[in-house]
Design a protein around this ligand. Structure first.
Ligand code: PHB
Length: 402
C-alpha cells in the first residue's frame, strides 16, 4: 500500500469509529390471514395484489426495513380456521404484525389472540363496526358497515324520495350491522322500514328468489341490500331484475359492496340506476385514482380492475410501512397503535386517516349511481359526504357504545 492509500484507509477507519451507529435494517414478519381459497378467494386476490403493488412501487416507505409476508388461508368466513391460523402465526412463526381479515367472524375470532399475544392487527376488510373495540391492538384501514349504511338511509329518505323501505341482508354480523345502520339513518330522516329479511349465510350464494318475492309483495319504495362482495352481488342484481322489481317501481340500493367494480359488468344493463354509498370505485376521476388504476393495469393486465378490497390492501400496506418506519423496525403492539393513531394518507380513494380514539378509518363516502357508457357499466359519483367517522361509535349504538 503506498503512503497516500494508507493515509486514506486510516482516515476511513477513523471516520467509521466516530460515525453515529447506523440503524440496522430489520426484517418484520407480517402474518396475512385471508380466504385464499373457496368463495372468498377473488377478494383475497384483490387485497394481495393491492398490498404487493404498494410494496413494489413504494420501497422507500419502509425506512430501509424489509417485510416478510407469511400467508395463511382462513378458507371460509366461519372463524375457526382463521383463529387456528392466527394462533400458529403468533406462537410458531412469531409474526410481529397480523393483517388481512376479509370476513368479520374471522377478525372477531382472532381479536382475543391479538390481545393475549400483544400482536397488532391491521384489518384490511372486515366491516362490523365494533371490531376495533374487541382489542386495543386492532386498527382498521377498510370501512365500517355504518359508514355506508347510515348515510345511505338518510339519502334514501331525503334525496331518493323513499317513504318506505325493506332491507335484505346476509345473516351474519356485518349484515345485521348494515341493516341497523340503514334503518337508523332512514327512520331518523322520516322513512319507515316495513320489511327486514335475513337471506342466508355468507358462505354459499343462496337462491335469492323467495326472499325477493316477499319484498316485492311488500311494495317498498326502496330495497336496501347488503351481501358480502364477490359472487353474491351479481346474483342480487339478476334476481331483482328477473322478478320485475325495477318495473314495479322499487329502487335497488345498498352499500357499495353490491356494486363492486369487479362484479359490475356481470350485472347487466338493467343495473343502471342502482344507487349505492361507498368510499371507492375504480371509475373515480381523481388524478391519484387514475394513477393507481394505471399502475394496476400495468402490473396485472389491461383487463384487470382494482376494487375497494384492492385499495384497502394498498392502504393497509402503507399503514404497515408507516408503523415500521416510525418504530425504526422494532415493532411492538403499543408502538404500532401509537404510530397509527391520527395517521393520514393520500389514498386512491381520497384522503383517509385513522381516528386516534377509535382506531377506525375516517374517509369520504360517495353516492354512486350505476350508469351505462357505451357498452359498459360505470360508477358515477352524485354526491360526497366528507370525512365520515364511524356513525355507530359517534352515536354510541349498542356494542359501539362501550
Ligand atoms: C365482512 O365480513 O365484514 C364483510 C365481508 C365482505 C364485505 C363487507 C364486509 O363486502
Amino acid at each position: 500500500m503506498n503512503l497516500k492509500n494508507k493515509m486514506l484507509s486510516l482516515a476511513a477507519a477513523a471516520a467509521l469509529a466516530t460515525a453515529p451507529a447506523v440503524a440496522t435494517a430489520k426484517t418484520v414478519k407480517v402474518g396475512v390471514v385471508m380466504t385464499f381459497s373457496g368463495g372468498g378467494a377473488q377478494l383475497a386476490e384483490q387485497i394481495e395484489r393491492g398490498y404487493s403493488l404498494y410494496q413494489k412501487l413504494h420501497p422507500e416507505a419502509f425506512g430501509g426495513h424489509e417485510v416478510e409476508i407469511v400467508k395463511r388461508d382462513s378458507k371460509n368466513p366461519g372463524g375457526d380456521v382463521a383463529k387456528t391460523a392466527v394462533q400458529e402465526l403468533i406462537t410458531r412463526d412469531k409474526v410481529q404484525m397480523l393483517t388481512g381479515f376479509i370476513y368479520s367472524p374471522n377478525a372477531m375470532a382472532s381479536a382475543p389472540l391479538a390481545t393475549q399475544g400483544k400482536v397488532p392487527m391491521i384489518i384490511m376488510n372486515a366491516g362490523t363496526a365494533w371490531i376495533p373495540s374487541m382489542s386495543p391492538f386492532i386498527a382498521r384501514v377498510s370501512f365500517t358497515m355504518w359508514q355506508s349504511g347510515y348515510p345511505m338511509g338518510s339519502y334514501a329518505a331525503d334525496k331518493l324520495g323513499c317513504k318506505t323501505a325493506a332491507a335484505g341482508y346476509t345473516d351474519y354480523p356485518p349484515g345485521k350491522d348494515s341493516r341497523d345502520a340503514f334503518k337508523m339513518g332512514f327512520e331518523k330522516a322520516g322513512g319507515k322500514l316495513i320489511e327486514d329479511i335475513p337471506m342466508g349465510g355468507p358462505r354459499d350464494v343462496p337462491d335469492f328468489t323467495p326472499f325477493f318475492q316477499r319484498i316485492k309483495d311488500a311494495k317498498p319504495d326502496c330495497f336496501y341490500v347488503f351481501v358480502p362482495a364477490g359472487n353474491h352481488a351479481a346474483a342480487v342484481a339478476k334476481t331483482f331484475f328477473s322478478l320485475g322489481m325495477k318495473d314495479a317501481g322499487i329502487k335497488l340500493i345498498g352499500p357499495g359492496d353490491i356494486t363492486q367494480d369487479t362484479e359490475l359488468q356481470k350485472m347487466g344493463k338493467d343495473a343502471a340506476g342502482m344507487i349505492t354509498m361507498h368510499h371507492y370505485s375504480a371509475d373515480y376521476a381523481t388524478p391519484a385514482n387514475q394513477a393507481f388504476v394505471k399502475a394496476w393495469k400495468g402490473a396485472y393486465g389491461a383487463d384487470a380492475v382494482p376494487d375497494f378490497m384492492a385499495v384497502a390492501g394498498w392502504d393497509g400496506m402503507a399503514a404497515i410501512a408507516h408503523a415500521i418506519t416510525a418504530q425504526n423496525g422494532d415493532v411492538t403492539a403499543e408502538g404500532t397503535m401509537k404510530a397509527l393513531a391520527g395517521w393520514k394518507f393520500d389514498s386512491p380513494r381520497g384522503s383517509i386517516s385513522i381516528d386516534a380514539a377509535t382506531r377506525d378509518i375516517v374517509m369520504d363516502e360517495n353516492v354512486h349511481e350505476v350508469v351505462v357508457e357505451g357498452d359498459k357499466l360505470m360508477i358515477k359519483v352524485l354526491d360526497t359526504i366528507p370525512q365520515v367517522k364511524d356513525p355507530c361509535k359517534e352515536l354510541k349504538v349498542g356494542k359501539c357504545g362501550g
